[in-house]
Design a protein around this ligand. Structure first.
Ligand code: F0G
Length: 434
């Protein structure tokens, strides 16, 4: 034991694996100061051993593997109470982060980031997909299908592989971010690159599933909505069931906006929260039919030919239109649109805070900033902004922003090419960062 551990109650030490010299925990040298050998950390003997130590570890986290470890199935009573087995990775349990730089940028007193990009396939879609594919297994589906701007297809491909059910995905050719398309291929889904928009893909897959008897798992599927409700349940639980003033989210096909509305309706009806936060759904300006309709008190139902850098929400004819209207009305919510430049600027702030997200996700923070500036959101508001996808989903957008755009955006972090000399490293270090 003494070889492996140091004396109980003392700090960790750094021990040289070559000469055995020990150095204090806070010594900053990366290698042994005597012989330049590699260092290893020697921990103090823990004050508990064996079963007592296991008990201590167990008390700090979920001791039940399987469904109970899922941030979706934890809320099974409000998701799918009768399912006895689940197709789960698990998913959910995503962090609620507070970063001063992003909060200052948004301009509100308290901004929290609910990072759904930290799900198993890198987006919030996993929450709906665990439920939809569980249902597909329950009904004995011979295959599952979806249309997608990339994240739903990546998620479906993964969960279908897990369940052993063949998956068919339809995506708009040339419009899907690289990280998402490659996930779908890697997880083994039959991937169709459709010469058309997401709206064309959705029409096609709806027809195909009706004709060919394939189980459809787009967010028109009600079980997807049940799973996505848990984003709201989990963030409320993380806040001790204290409702924030606003919850902001990016909006495309409007499935998630609908799910959030339903979750808040149910949480309030069950007495889990005593007041309902206001929803802020944020669209990209080039794909903003819902924001246009909101400005008109939903008297019209426009469709558009969508165009935005945020390919995840490049949707011109959202499917969950009516139920999303209900979500906005019931929560006294708002719908905003933000330009691609506003999205990329917010994303650069979120990324540089070390959090990171894909372009569409940053629309939530850009929307909060815009409505704060417009006076719709009060300066003392508490806001939760949902980040829907991981920074690595769209490396193409990052390379374009940081390396290729001319002139460079003010937040671009251009890499610096140098020769392999210390003098050149020193020269770069002494120059200003941007
Ligand atoms: N954020 C991301 C990262 C998304 O992938 C999506 C939708 C949304 C926001 C908008 O959610 O459609 O429920 O309003 N992506 C879908 C897909 C369309 O196919 O992956 P919504």
């Amino acid at each position: 034991m003494s070889e492996i551990f140091a004396v109980a109650g003392t700090p960790s030490v750094q021990r040289c694996e070559s000469c055995g010299a020990t150095w204090p925990e806070l010594d900053a040298s990366a290698t042994c100061r005597s012989c330049d050998g590699l260092l290893a950390i020697v921990q103090p003997t823990p004050t508990a051993h064996g079963a007592a130590l296991l008990q201590r570890f167990g008390s700090r986290c979920c001791t039940h593997p399987g469904s109970e470890a899922s941030g979706v199935w934890r809320f099974a009573e409000l998701v799918m109470p009768t399912a006895t087995s689940h197709v789960t990775h698990p998913e959910g349990n995503t962090p609620l982060l507070r970063r001063t730089a992003v909060q200052t940028y948004a301009g509100v007193a308290e901004l929290w980031l609910k990072h759904e990009g930290q799900n198993p396939t890198g987006s919030f879609k996993d929450r709906g997909m665990t439920v939809a594919v569980t249902q597909a297994a329950r009904v004995g589906a011979r295959a599952v299908a979806c249309a997608s701007t990339g994240n739903t297809s990546a998620s479906l491909a993964s969960y279908a592989a897990h369940a052993g059910i063949p998956a068919l995905v339809l995506v708009p050719r040339g419009q899907v971010a690289m990280g998402k398309l490659t996930q779908s291929l890697a997880y083994g889904a039959r991937t169709l690159l459709v010469d058309g928009s997401f709206d064309d893909c959705l029409r096609l897959v709806r027809e195909a599933s009706a004709e060919l008897g394939v189980y459809l798992v787009n967010s028109v599927n009600p079980w997807r909505i049940e799973g996505q409700k848990t984003i709201v349940f989990e963030l409320l639980q993380q806040r001790g069931w204290q409702a924030p003033d606003w919850i902001a989210l990016p909006a495309g096909n409007l499935g998630n906006t609908s799910a959030f509305g339903k979750a808040l309706r149910e949480a309030h009806a069950l007495g889990l929260i005593d007041r309902v936060p206001r929803l802020l759904a944020v669209q990209a300006a080039g794909a903003a039919p819902f924001a246009t309709a909101f400005a008109d008190d939903f008297a019209t139902h426009p469709t558009v030919k969508p165009e935005t850098i945020a390919t995840a929400i490049r949707i011109g004819d959202p499917a969950s239109w009516d139920r999303a209207i209900r979500a906005i009305r019931e929560t006294n919510g708002a719908v905003a649109s933000v330009t691609d430049d506003e999205i990329l600027d917010a994303k650069a702030v979120i990324d540089a805070a070390g959090v990171g997200c894909e372009p569409a996700s940053a629309a939530s923070v850009a929307g909060v900033r815009k409505l704060r500036a417009a006076g719709v959101i009060a300066p003392d508001a508490t806001v939760v902004a949902v980040l829907t996808g991981h920074v690595l989903k769209d490396p193409g957008a990052l390379i374009e922003y940081h390396q290729q755009r001319d002139p460079a955006p003010s937040r671009a972090n251009r890499p610096v090419e140098i020769g392999a000399t210390l003098a050149e490293v020193a020269r770069v270090l002494s120059a200003p960062a941007h």
